[in-house]
Ligand binder design. Sequence first.
Ligand code: GDP
Ligand code: MG
Length: 189
Amino acid sequence: MPAKQRKIAIMGYRSVGKSSLSIQFVDGQFVDSYDPTIENTFVKTTRMNNQDYDLKLVDTAGQDEYSIFPAQYSMDIHGYVLVYSITSHKSFEVVQILYDKLLDMTGKIQNSSVKSPTSCVSSVPIVLVGNKKDLHMERMISYDEGKRLAESWKAGFVEASAKQDDGVSEIFHMVLVEIEKSNGNNVHE
Ligand code: GDP
Ligand code: MG
């Protein structure tokens, strides 16, 4: 079977580890001081269920609560990795604001005026990531809080450490699973 091409955007507040997660996955190393303003696309071929995937990871420069959702990330992207740091309340808030903007931009919200859980069915493939799980002493967001948020989105959830290479490949496999699940209503092959 030919490789499937999949483009994934990695988004979230600054310094949550978006670049570190991307570089750990693609290069297998932890880079301690990566220019936070760089926006890069990384490529990697990975295999899941006997299928090769050519992944393009768009490592964004980061967003905050005031950012207008960048239009270039609403098109041509198959799936999203939304990252917060378990050490930062602010980053956990930003990821929720980003999610709302993402749904608005991609037009996948079914009834944006009624915000009840049953009327807002997301079909955007998303994995929520709580990064820096190695920083036990500085933890501010519990595993359950992250998990509950992801469940409310019907998204995947992983806690990870880019530093310790813990949970990193799971993130990208999970996003591929979410993309496969949503195929049929969200295909740009
Ligand atoms: P970005 O702005 O979201 O791309 O964040 P970076 O990947 O540049 O990381 C910001 C800072 O957090 C850097 O100093 C990283 O070394 C550090 N960092 C990233 N991931 C982890 C992690 O899993 N654990 C720890 N302890 N530090 C991390
Ligand atoms: Mg970065």
